[in-house]
Write a protein that binds this ligand. Structure first.
Ligand SMILES: [Cu+2]
Length: 165
């Protein structure tokens, strides 16, 4: 083996090593920094995540009766981000009910942080359903209308706005 041959095979070995190390660094960076950040939920202000208060909607006794005008109480709520954007529905009735969005349009009923709006299955007597609204348009309100699946005459409206302060 001549001197030049040894030198070039040595350089080749170093080249391979550099490629392997670079690949390792890239993979490590990708899995420990890039992927976790990508998988992280959207950034939401902590005051929106932990509002000062909450809004409670009671599903009152007798809600399953079409003749009874009051069911979701109150029927229309206006919530403000950072103030009372955590909403809790409480089934005070003796009959199961749901909180089901009227729209099937996922864009309309999906919150970027909390996901799809609406109770999964029914709320049994005494059960609660909670939803955190985290997004509102810069001007005006995000409006979501909903109903009870087994009792479609039960309807309600949520208006979400940014805090005025
Ligand atoms: Cu109902």
């Amino acid at each position: 083996m001549s001197a030049t041959q040894t030198k070039s095979s040595h350089a080749y070995g170093v080249g391979i090593l550099v490629v392997i190390v670079a690949l390792g660094v890239t993979i490590t960076w990708y899995t420990s920094y890039w992927l976790p950040e990508e998988n992280q939920k959207v950034f939401v202000d902590e005051h929106i995540l932990n509002p000062d208060g909450e809004t409670v909607v009671n599903i009152i006794m007798g809600s399953a009766t079409p003749e009874q005008k009051d069911n979701y109480m109150p029927k229309k709520i206006q919530v403000q981000l950072t103030i009372d954007n955590k909403v809790r529905w409480v089934n005070q009735d003796e009959i199961p009910h749901t909180v089901t969005p009227d729209s099937y349009d996922l864009d309309e009923i999906t919150d970027p942080y909390s996901g799809e709006f609406g109770s999964i299955g029914v709320l049994m007597p005494g059960d609660e359903y909670e939803f955190l609204f985290t997004k509102a348009p810069p001007n005006g309100a995000k409006v979501i209308t909903y109903h009870c699946h087994p009792h479609p005459w039960m309807t309600g409206t949520i208006e979400v706005t940014k805090s005025r302060f």
